[in-house]
Design a protein around this ligand. Structure first.
Ligand SMILES: *Cc1c(COP(=O)(O)O)cnc(C)c1O
Length: 257
């Protein structure tokens, strides 16, 4: 599609429908995102400083990640263990907070236990048990978030909203794990369509937050990606996970081929 910003540029819509301009630099993209974050927070009567931008750095090379960190990004998210561990030294050297946001196989927990700041994608009991077991062995407490299958989609991982209270109770008995909040990836229905799912997440987050279970606190609500982070902020997100809108769509396309 013709680009509004440059003759050479190319514009694409991502999964969530966000316009992503390939001609814009990471710094320009970053400033646009910060502006949008401020707008969304102001409209919701929230302090923008209660929302953390997590730069999703999957498929992005370190030089380009560096550009984002230079702009003021403080947290990164990777969705594959192998890629994450390959970049871990770089992330540490740059002082970035590291989040695993993708599906985690039980046999890969050993590579990241105690090495990442947050595992956002705890989506089943067997995974929680393995994290707990290896955390105890390494004498660490691993911060995690519970992934919620908020749309009840059969093809997606995550704990169903109705199963959450019982799931949290079981995790609460695991001393190697500290639950810090909830995350979700809503159905791909565009920003307006996603908003009711974000609202449901917020209700869960608030309700569960008053349960006072040991090892469980509801501090972080991770929701919203490039196409829908403003709606997520409007509904109370404390973390948004943004890849395409910051780095451009090209690297994802390249990685798929
Ligand atoms: C890739 C990814 C994102 C970022 O998606 P964009 O639409 O590129 O911003 C966020 N969350 C998860 C779990 C992802 O895998």
């Amino acid at each position: 599609r013709k680009c509004a910003n440059s003759d050479e540029g190319r514009c694409e819509s991502n999964r969530g429908g966000a316009e992503v301009c390939e001609a814009m630099s990471i710094r320009e993209n970053y400033l646009t995102i910060r502006e949008n974050m401020e707008k969304a927070a102001a409209m919701a009567g929230r302090d923008v400083n209660t929302v953390k931008l997590i730069a999703v750095t999957k498929f992005v090379e370190e030089a380009r990640i560096s550009e984002a960190l230079d702009c003021g990004v403080t947290a990164v998210g990777e969705n594959r263990v192998q890629e994450l561990t390959g970049k871990l030294e770089f992330f540490r050297a740059r002082g970035a907070e590291v989040n695993l946001i993708g599906q985690l196989q039980t046999n890969k927990v050993k590579y990241i236990i105690g090495k990442v700041d947050m595992i956002q994608s705890v989506d089943r009991l067997a995974l929680a048990q393995e994290i707990d077991r290896l955390a105890a062995r390494a004498d660490v407490v691993q911060d995690v978030m519970i992934e919620v299958n908020i749309g009840g989609e059969a093809q997606k991982g995550g704990i169903g909203p109705d199963e959450l209270p019982e799931f949290l109770e079981m995790i609460s008995a695991m001393n190697g794990i500290r639950v810090r909040g909830l995350m979700c990836i809503p159905p791909a229905v565009g920003e307006d369509g996603a908003r009711p799912y974000f609202a449901k997440m917020r209700t869960l987050f608030e309700t569960l937050g008053s349960n006072q279970l040991p090892n469980v606190s509801m501090e972080q609500l991770s929701m919203g990606m490039s196409g829908d982070y403003m709606a997520a902020i409007a509904e109370g997100a404390t973390m948004i996970r943004v890849g395409t809108a910051l780095f451009g769509a090209r690297q994802y396309a390249a990685a798929r081929t």
